[in-house]
Write a protein that binds this ligand. Sequence first.
Ligand code: MG
Ligand code: FE
Length: 169
Amino acid sequence: MTDMNETLNQWLRDAHAMEEQAEQMLKTQASRIESYPELASRIRQHLEETRSQRERLESCIERRGASSSSMKDMAARMSAMMQGMGAMMSGDEVMKGLLTSYAFEHFEVASYRILISAAEAVGDAETARVCEAICREEEAMASWLADHIPGVTQTYLSRESADLDEAKR
Ligand code: MG
Ligand code: FE
């Protein structure tokens, strides 16, 4: 196995850890935004996609004869990054989640673009094809979030000011 192939294996393992992190994050979010049903349902849909992405990556890693262990470092790094991103915004959970999700989807898109190029560089057409399919799902999620940021933000702001009026009475 050449060094280039070993690098691709490592990046696939990193992406696998990223999807495990995504799964945790989406699961948490889905359980906390009942008052935003449209957002909650899109997040549940992406949770299912994310589980399937993790499985598709496992198939690539297996087919390439690489082990999928030693993912703990990347998982820990991702988790620290997510916590940092969440802490940047002191608003409501739903807005923190929206901020983190939108950034995370773009992080995923960047990761898969790199994987596609690396897979092409070593002539692994099947891995490139799988990563292209996953990348399209991440782009679709990012663009759905972009389209819904205005509505969710307005709903959040109206609810917040209604709560304030309530408190004044
Ligand atoms: Mg993903
Ligand atoms: Fe995603």
